[in-house]
Design a protein around this ligand. Sequence first.
Ligand SMILES: [Zn+2]
Ligand SMILES: [Zn+2]
Length: 255
Amino acid sequence: MKGLEIEFLGTGTSTGVPQIKCSCQVCCSDDARDKRLRSSVIVRHKGKNLLIDCGPDFRTQILNASNNNLDALLISHIHYDHVGGIDDLRAYCSPEKPFPLYARQDVVNALKAHMPYCFSDSPYPGVPSFDITVIDNKAFLVGEVEILPLEVMHANLPILGFKIANMAYITDASYISSKTMQQLHNLDLLVINALRTEPHHSHFSLEETLTIIRKLTPQRAILTHMSHGIGLHEKVNKKLPQNVELAHDGLIVSI
Ligand SMILES: [Zn+2]
Ligand SMILES: [Zn+2]
């Protein structure tokens, strides 16, 4: 590993690919790169292993990851495909050593409502315990790793992307303000969502994402959070600009 490594545990939208009960050519593809678990990554930098989002496929993903060490969870937003696997983090914590979790206040409030058994005063033995830090738009440290939260809009829900070193990870965006855009110019690596070729009310389409990439001029851009509507990995990947590629589950990139 050089300065920073990112491992894609999942690169699919909320339904995953294949989608249940769909028989389209993408859902029926034999190419392993067309099988997408719900979106999540591990960023490894300066000795820390940072999990971004923990969806319902987390157990399968971490059992198959190249390295299962985790030091903290950063949450983009409260939707189930990004938090549905949090209970499985019990393997990483104990009441004496709660697991560090970083999220916006609205996400923390919703987690407490969704998983009250983890946050009660006398929790049931064995449930996961968390050391919560509420974050907003200010940079924070995990060990020596500085993380800058990036507010983007997911339809009308403000959610967070994260900039770590000269890499940014943005998922589920449908709009990025000019203020956030300013923080994203000339990255070594931009990971950003692109749902499908057709427009969608709460996620960028492929064309919208490519327009943003052209404005931001990263050295390399990798697309994630895709549905079956993106098309076959092999075919679509060939047509993308030279510095842009589709992610696939299991992809590991170092910068
Ligand atoms: Zn999502
Ligand atoms: Zn399909």
